[in-house]
Design a protein around this ligand. Structure first.
Ligand SMILES: Cc1cc2nc3c(=O)[nH]c(=O)nc-3n(C[C@H](O)[C@H](O)[C@H](O)COP(=O)(O)OP(=O)(O)OC[C@H]3O[C@@H](n4cnc5c(N)ncnc54)[C@H](O)[C@@H]3O)c2cc1C
Length: 536
């Protein structure tokens, strides 16, 4: 058993920001970061476009950024949270700059600000087209300066420890559910161990892997959301999955697709259909710079009309010197698959990209479970509402990691949180044996991804949602049987988590009897007058 003072699950922007601040505030306390892959293998590393922030109050304003965020969120944002994130965000951006992150500058030393869909001003700080990689680099570098931070890589967190593990009946109605730490799968010994802590932060990122095609890396399996749901905590608005309109289309590819950032359209890239027609003007007056959900639905519709699996992004008319300078990564990737951006159009298709809902938190990142915080993509803070404005997620992650830190600091100093005194039982693996066939896990995952992509994609119907639920129920039954009788592996735990997340997405989508933001159901084409969050 390991005991720590602050336990951080996840080494992306949210987890590392929280860890840094806590380690600095409490030099005599231990901060333990657990991550199931390599330290920098996170969604954060893949962020391209940048981070939104009102850096120049002469040319931009908080009000405009707030307004843009509210418009994108389609009536479901919490305006108080939007104001907090936009206003506090600037300080957080300056902090990461102090920690060493570099953003592109103009010749005169001002930041080179980009503009993306839904933003009324140029306010996106970026580092070429690899902003997340640069931010992650700076954070990983910075945490190495703190001797009281320990990072344990390839350590899979299986479940939260709560009163349930002490033998109490815990239900959704149980008041004061408490988190004492986590059970983890030790990759070296293949044993389940317990790690106890007075404060735990979930910063486990997104869940794009639930779909067949996603811009998210393999780690994005929604583990934190599933753990909280299992522990009877609250999750909300899981139906709002953002599909990025322009992932590079590579025939036959499954899993992580390469993203072509919106900034390419910001710089003049034009979407064209099979006939070469620039179709966006038929869907929205903002054309290629309309919000992502509108662009994704337009592409989906063009693909359905023409029966193709992709449309094209045309950059041939753009200044190639500038293109290569701004988007070196995209240029090289296209070249590597035989596309010369200067001469050929890039085939693109929508892919699951971002989860707007997640673990429900209050304005300090506190979840419905005591001593448990959530920040970053796994959390639902109220910022995004029914649709995330581009480049607001890195910002939200930093603002809420900071807020979790403030709240946890206060509670640690007032001794409101303390080390769990109760003896926590070891993991009970009795009656389990090694899995005989991995195919049972890999095939179930394929079935889940197929059902989610076919029935719970960009446009939904009641019939499709009903079908998805039936298939998920069956997968759930089979996987639970496997889980009860098999020694655990990360693959099995991830499958179980993804089935839970799939269930939450479908269930929330079924309960939302309207079309709003990212959730489009042709059986309820209009927005309801009742504005509600769906909490499960
Ligand atoms: C291709 C791409 C481009 C993007 N572009 C932008 C952009 O330009 N601007 C923007 O604002 N946002 C962008 N986003 C979204 C943004 O990158 C993410 O929302 C953000 O980085 C999430 O950060 P995070 O700290 O919450 O989680 P992540 O960075 O995803 O980190 C999650 C961590 O949790 C760990 N973890 C998960 N489950 C477990 C477990 N069971 N046990 C142990 N560890 C676990 C993982 O190993 C990882 O370390 C983009 C996302 C993608 C995929």
């Amino acid at each position: 058993m390991i005991q720590t003072d602050f336990l951080v699950i996840g080494s992306g922007i949210a987890g590392l920001t929280f860890a840094l601040k806590t380690a600095k505030e409490f030099p005599d306390k231990k901060v333990l970061i657990l991550t199931k892959a390599a330290t920098d293998e996170t969604n954060t590393k893949y962020a391209q476009g940048g981070i939104a922030g009102v850096m120049d109050l002469q040319k931009d304003s908080f009000e405009k950024h707030i307004e843009d965020t509210l418009i994108a969120g389609d009536g479901l944002c919490n305006p108080h949270i939007v104001e907090i994130v936009v206003k506090e965000g600037v300080e957080r951006i300056n902090e990461i700059i102090d920690w060493g992150a570099q953003f592109d500058k103009e010749a005169d030393g001002d930041y080179k600000l980009g503009r993306e869909g839904g933003h009324s001003e140029f306010r996106i700080l970026h580092h070429k087209d690899v902003t997340g990689k640069e931010m992650e680099r700076a954070l990983v570098q910075k945490i190495s300066e703190f001797p009281n931070i320990e990072v344990v890589k390839h350590c899979f967190v299986v479940d939260l420890v709560t009163q349930h593990h002490l033998g109490y009946l815990v239900t959704k109605g149980t008041p004061n559910i408490e988190c004492y730490g986590v059970y983890v799968l030790n990759a070296n010994t293949n044993q389940i161990e317990k790690i106890l802590s007075s404060v735990t932060l979930l910063a486990t990122g997104g869940n794009g892997q639930v779909y067949r095609s996603t811009t998210n890396p393999a780690i994005a399996t929604g583990d934190g959301v599933a753990m909280v749901y299992r522990a009877k905590g609250r999750t909300e608005n899981m139906e709002f999955i953002q599909f990025h309109p322009t992932a590079l289309y590579e025939p036959g590819l499954r899993g992580q697709s390469f993203l072509i950032t919106e900034a390419v359209r910001g710089d003049g890239g034009i979407l064209r259909n099979k006939q070469g027609e620039a179709f966006m003007e038929r869907y929205d007056p903002r054309k290629d710079l309309a919000p992502r959900d509108i662009v994704a639905r337009a592409i989906d519709s063009e693909m359905k009309i023409s029966g193709t699996e992709h449309v094209y992004l045309d950059c041939r008319h753009m200044d190639m010197k500038k293109f290569v300078e701004h988007f070196p990564n995209i240029y090289e990737k296209c070249k590597s698959v035989g596309i010369d951006v200067a001469k050929q159009m890039i085939p693109v298709a929508p892919a699951a990209h971002y989860s707007c809902g997640g673990i429900k938190t209050d304005e300090w990142g506190q979840t419905s479970i005591r001593n448990l915080y959530a920040a970053g993509e796994c959390a639902s803070t109220g910022l995004h509402g029914a649709n995330r404005l581009a480049s607001n997620s890195l910002l939200e992650a930093m603002v809420f990691a900071h807020r979790c830190f403030i709240d946890a600091t206060l509670k640690t100093k007032t001794k409101e949180v303390r080390q769990p005194a109760i003896p926590i039982p070891d993991w009970d693996a009795a009656g389990t044996t090694h899995p005989k066939e991995m195919i049972l896990i890999t095939q179930s995952l394929k079935e889940l991804q197929q059902a989610m992509s076919d029935y719970v994609g960009i446009v939904r119907t009641n019939v499709r949602l009903g079908r998805a639920l039936k298939r998920i129920d069956l997968l759930w039954e089979e996987t639970e049987a496997l889980y009860q009788t098999t020694t655990l592996s990360p693959q099995l735990c991830e499958l179980r988590n993804m089935i839970t997340v799939g269930y939450l997405i479908v269930k929330c989508a079924s309960l939302r009897k309207e079309s709003r933001g990212l959730h489009s159901n042709t059986d309820y084409p209009f927005k309801s007058e009742i504005v509600q969050n769906i909490v499960l």
